[in-house]
Design a protein around this ligand. Sequence first.
Ligand code: PGA
Ligand code: ZN
Length: 452
Amino acid sequence: MIRSIQAAQRLDSRGHPTVQVDLTTNRGKRAPTITKLASYTDVGTFRAIVSSGASTGANEAIELRDGDSSVYGGKGVQKAVTNIGLVIGPALVQSGLKVDTDQKMIDCLLKHLDGTENKSKLGANAVLGVSMACARAGAAHLGIPLYEFLQRESGVKKPFVMPVPFFNVINGGVHSGNKMAFQETMIAPIGASSFAEAVRMGSEVYHQLKKVIVEKFEPSAIGIGDEGGFAPPISQPHEALDLLVEAVSLAGYSGRMKFAIDAASTEFFHDGIYDIGFKDDKPSLQKTKHLTDLYRSLLQNYPVVLLEDPFAETDWASWTEFNKECPVELVGDDLLVTNTKYVQKANDTRACNSMLLNINQIGTISEAIEAANLAYSFDWGVFVSNRSGETTDDFIADLAVGLRAGHLKSGAPCRGERVAKYNRLMDIEADLLGKGEECLYAGSQFRVASKY
Ligand code: PGA
Ligand code: ZN
């Protein structure tokens, strides 16, 4: 049973305020005080910290911000914190719902308490923090790891499958200050034989890439963006991919390392036109046809296995047209916002073949799992994701394993909030192997990991 829920305003990786939740159950002690701080799974007290996006979709659940420009530039989250203290906490304590068996009912109550379509009343940041902390508490009460708790919640069958880490090693778009319009260029070690080896490959390529950038440009070019990837002075996607080809070759992983792109194109779409020069002095206006030609040529010339948000969230017709010919995984992020309503629409219109899973786009763990299961029912992929404003909370690592999603992106193999997830996944792999549990690495099967 839940005894108390405390919330506090803390900082995310961009230095903006975010919501932290400490949930205490009857299993444990009193709620943490200044002198007794909780860790994520301190006995009886369970912590969650919420992430935040920059290139957000218009239909995402609403992150409640205070809007007082004299405090944290208007980005404070005290209202969300207060909503937990005055509304959500008392209601959950009073409900008598149990964390070990009632996650779906807890999430249903959270949804009901908010009462809006997009969680704008209490704030998706308030609701999600509580939902995550409940799941952590539920796992501890059952004496199982969080990934197993989430696997039971989702109904996905065993064995556990370790996801391919897609490392975002070149940052552009609204995540960096260079001229690159496309937001993320990723490396995916699908040729590794384990998750730990995949991390090694990613780290080695990342460091080769650093050397390549220093040689091609200058030492000051190795500055990084919001997700820990480099942000060299380039503007075109083929320039980014050429750098990756060289780094992968220097690291000795040619053929075993594939690439992926998140264009996050909603950010540069206006009045039916894409401006891939939107960070440059002069615009570079492209119609859909030109953008499609660009993707075709990138797919022909580089080992790209995944394209995310190649078209804007409102440009549904272009998605459907491109999906007819697209030979790789076509992931909807802003298009779907982890919401069953848009996942269903995208299947009806054949707009894409994969869903990005961002828990804070929808606001509760149960609804995120529901969206993933709907995507699976259409034989789609599910790509678990971090946000550009992250925290050291590693919840999504367990989620990727629990859902057998087969792949996850958590930024570069660099910066604490990014590596927290990769480190947790290495712990999970070691844990499973230590217990003698069957544990596969998704590798080239990352799109269909839930099925094999
Ligand atoms: P965001 O970026 O967290 O800034 O939205 C992540 C993504 O677009 O995949
Ligand atoms: Zn995206």
